[in-house]
Design a binder for this molecule. Sequence first.
Ligand code: SAM
Length: 271
Amino acid sequence: MSSMDWNQQKGSGPQGYEEFLVPAMFAPFAERLIEHAGVGDGSRVLDVACGTGVVSRAAARRVGDGGSVTGVDLGEPTLAVARSRASEEGAAIDFIQSDAGALPFEDEAFDVVLCQQGLQFFPDRGAALAEMRRVMKPGGQLAVATWAAIERTPFIALANALARHVGPDAAQMMHAPYTLGEGADLARLIADAGFAEVRVFEETILCTWASHSRFAERAAGATPIAAALEGLSAQTRRDLAEEVAGELAPHAVAGDRLSATMTTNVALATG
Ligand SMILES: C[S@@+](CC[C@H](N)C(=O)[O-])C[C@H]1O[C@@H](n2cnc3c(N)ncnc32)[C@H](O)[C@@H]1O
């Protein structure tokens, strides 16, 4: 299966992610995740696969002067957007380039470790979870979110249209964020990494994206799938956009926006 290669995330991709996908879906889920994790005054928080930093910013609003927030991600272009958005907000967050499988921190350095929609992309999920446990203090809190099945989201329309107009690799990439859709699989991975008190539940939020008619182009352009669209003819791009907009017409709302639910698994555990 072609996964999403986040090292390909560059150009306007990270900014597009921050502008189109973050307000619609990642920001509302981030607020819930830090609530579930109990991030509060004085917490030392690590945000693994922080992307453009939405979870880190939400945590930074809660930890106060006595706490700290650190975000790690693979992609430097993505981290550049994270740093710039945090500085616009006046949030003191340390963003560090690192692979989740080899975290550059001392043992037991954090009270809370968060990972929103990152685990499904790691080549060795078990190794990354073991690293999260190593850097968490004993009794610390883990909170991990991974999307439920793609069929429960508007992105199935995009995946199907990519299969028809671009090819199987692009379609498989669109499926990659949804490859840890079974809550039981997520729970098992976390328990196998040695965490205790593992609890997994679903959370559903009605999300609103800023464009219905350009959903395909803006959603794909905000991820590494953008690279697969580069060589397409203008006609193929139009066909792709029209087909996705047509499929998603029942979800169109005023102002050419799109409104649909997204469901994530949320896993909580202690270190
Ligand atoms: C869907 S984004 C989620 C970003 C962020 N957590 C959010 O909620 O917006 C997935 C992120 O995982 C990062 N990622 C993928 N593989 C990684 C790895 N092995 N180590 C660290 N980050 C990784 C990508 O660079 C990307 O920013």
